[in-house]
Design a protein around this ligand. Structure first.
Ligand SMILES: Nc1ncnc2c1ncn2[C@@H]1O[C@H](COP(=O)(O)OP(=O)(O)OP(=O)(O)O)[C@@H](O)[C@H]1O
Ligand SMILES: [Mg+2]
Length: 136
């Protein structure tokens, strides 16, 4: 599997920061990683960050990956999830959110094992953090 570790770490850090922000003391945050199979063949890897926090209202949920979309109480820029989605898509992957108000939120991303159309990533260039820098 070939990924840009700096960028994927940034994605997971963004998801964790959101979960910590929206989960009161005593709640839980779970990170899970699993291998996706097609039959017996490995196809990709999923990472999910699930919190037991405030949740996201159904009318907001479709918009949370849009640039600058944020709740009024957010002190951030509303870019965390938008950047996360761009980075995951640049890896050929997908990201989605499920949430229930008062119960919590799960953000799950899937990365394929093989991705041919890597932007800015000539073959043999394995320098961490270099390949996808134009997305910033
Ligand atoms: N785990 C979560 N639980 C509840 N709401 C969330 C969660 N993650 C994201 N949100 C909602 O989605 C909005 C957008 O998230 P995003 O990470 O893009 O921006 P932000 O956290 O407000 O700012 P930034 O990440 O740029 O510092 C948040 O303002 C918040 O309303
Ligand atoms: Mg954020």
């Amino acid at each position: 599997m070939e990924i840009d570790p700096v960028r994927i770490r940034q994605v997971v850090a963004n998801l964790l920061a959101n979960a910590l922000q929206h989960t009161p003391a005593g709640g839980s945050i779970r990170i899970a990683c699993e291998l996706n199979l097609e039959g017996t063949r490995p196809r990709g890897v999923s990472v999910s960050v699930a919190d037991s926090g405030t949740g996201i209202a159904p009318e907001d949920l479709p918009h949370v990956f849009a640039c600058f979309y944020k709740s009024r109480d957010s002190r951030g820029s509303g870019l965390g999830l938008a950047i996360a989605r761009q980075l995951v898509v640049a890896h050929g992957g997908q990201i989605g959110a499920r949430s229930e108000v008062g119960k919590g939120t799960t953000i799950r991303l899937t990365l394929p094992l093989e991705h041919r159309d890597r932007p800015n990533r000539p073959d043999g260039d394995h320098r961490a953090g270099q390949g996808l820098s134009r997305l910033h």
